[in-house]
Design a protein. Structure first.
Length: 328
């Protein structure tokens, strides 16, 4: 009799444990269908970026919660996704650009997906910047873009340089702030610009400009903060950066300089992770990211041009965000 009761007790306990495990697994599955994880950088997901409001509107529209994980710049986002390739955690990567695109495409961590309306909303040249000209599949979808440029404090008393070569002149000694290419996308952008202009003499130029550099900042926020604090009259940034100062009535002394060399462009994109835990949610997020509703947030949060060509730009862009000639 005791053995019989012992067997019944063990069977009951086992049944409860199995049911508990099944219930827990079901809850976990349900939670992941109602949530997506997005790897991105802090100026997108942070308080002043487009990310929080995009997440709120997306959840309101779809019922799917967006959880942002702030990873770093495009290189760091991609590196983390590669490390997790066999067991992906993220559903979407936001912040890959045309300088990390080829590595992303070759890595096998992203899957092809063309968001709804992409062909009519996004200019083909932006999509090609990320996926390559003539690509039959779309892996990366643009959401914003701008040209790299030097921002100049017109109250500094210095003459405004007109080309990259001018920056090597003695009058600009210790007057320029750039970013480190090892830790900043802008640092990569500066080196790519120099390569586009100087070709096989790029290294020589990078050596010659060193006396003009006040500092090589670890990232944009540090470098641009030093610039606006008056520590140097020239800082590497985007042509769209001065629009911020005009929009918030901080004056128009900061100008994006249009160089005779031409300028290189950064196009930022998003992609669905291959093997994403919530693939359908990821696709819906990509659709929403390029919608008029989401893209209208880009100019006054990301301070970049929105990829969606339907978006009407603020007056501050017309006043202070020039569009220079693009070079490759």
């Amino acid at each position: 009799m005791r053995n019989k009761f012992a067997k019944i007790f063990l069977l009951t306990i086992t049944t409860f444990l199995v049911l508990g495990m099944l219930t827990s697994a079901s809850k976990k599955k349900l939670a992941r269908t109602n949530e997506i994880v997005v790897y991105t950088y802090n100026s997108f997901s942070g308080e002043w970026g487009a990310g929080p409001e995009i997440a709120r509107l997306f959840e309101e529209k779809t019922g799917i919660k967006v959880t942002y994980a702030e990873i770093g710049d495009s290189g760091q986002i991609l590196s983390k996704a590669i490390l997790e390739k066999k067991k992906p955690v993220a559903d979407v990567l936001v912040g890959l650009d045309n300088y990390s695109a080829q590595k992303a495409l070759k890595s096998g961590v992203i899957t092809d997906y063309k968001p709804e309306g992409a062909d009519t909303l996004i200019p083909a040249e932006l999509t090609e910047k990320l996926n390559g000209a003539g690509s039959k599949k779309q892996y990366l979808t643009p959401y914003d873009y701008s040209h790299f440029a030097f921002i100049f404090n017109t109250l500094s008393g210095l003459p405004a340089p007109t080309c990259l070569e001018d920056l090597t002149k003695p009058e600009y000694a210790k007057k320029i702030i750039i970013m480190d290419s090892k830790t900043s996308t802008l640092g990569v952008g500066f080196e790519e610009w120099v390569k586009a202009v100087y070709k096989d003499k790029a290294d020589d130029y990078l050596t010659r400009i060193k006396p003009s550099l006040l500092t090589v900042a670890p990232g944009w926020s540090v470098g641009y903060g030093m610039f606006t604090d008056g520590e140097a009259p020239l800082c590497f940034s985007y042509t769209t950066s001065p629009a911020y100062h005009v929009e918030y009535d901080e004056g128009d002394q900061f100008k994006a300089l249009v160089f005779t060399d031409g300028h290189v462009m950064q196009v930022e994109g998003a992609a669905v992770v291959k093997g994403a835990p919530n693939l359908e949610g990821a696709k819906k997020f990509m659709d929403f990211l390029i919608s008029d509703e989401a893209q209208n947030l880009i100019p006054l949060t990301q301070w970049m041009f929105p990829a969606n060509k339907n978006v009407e730009l603020p007056a501050s862009y017309a006043a202070a965000a020039p569009v220079p000639k693009t070079i490759e």
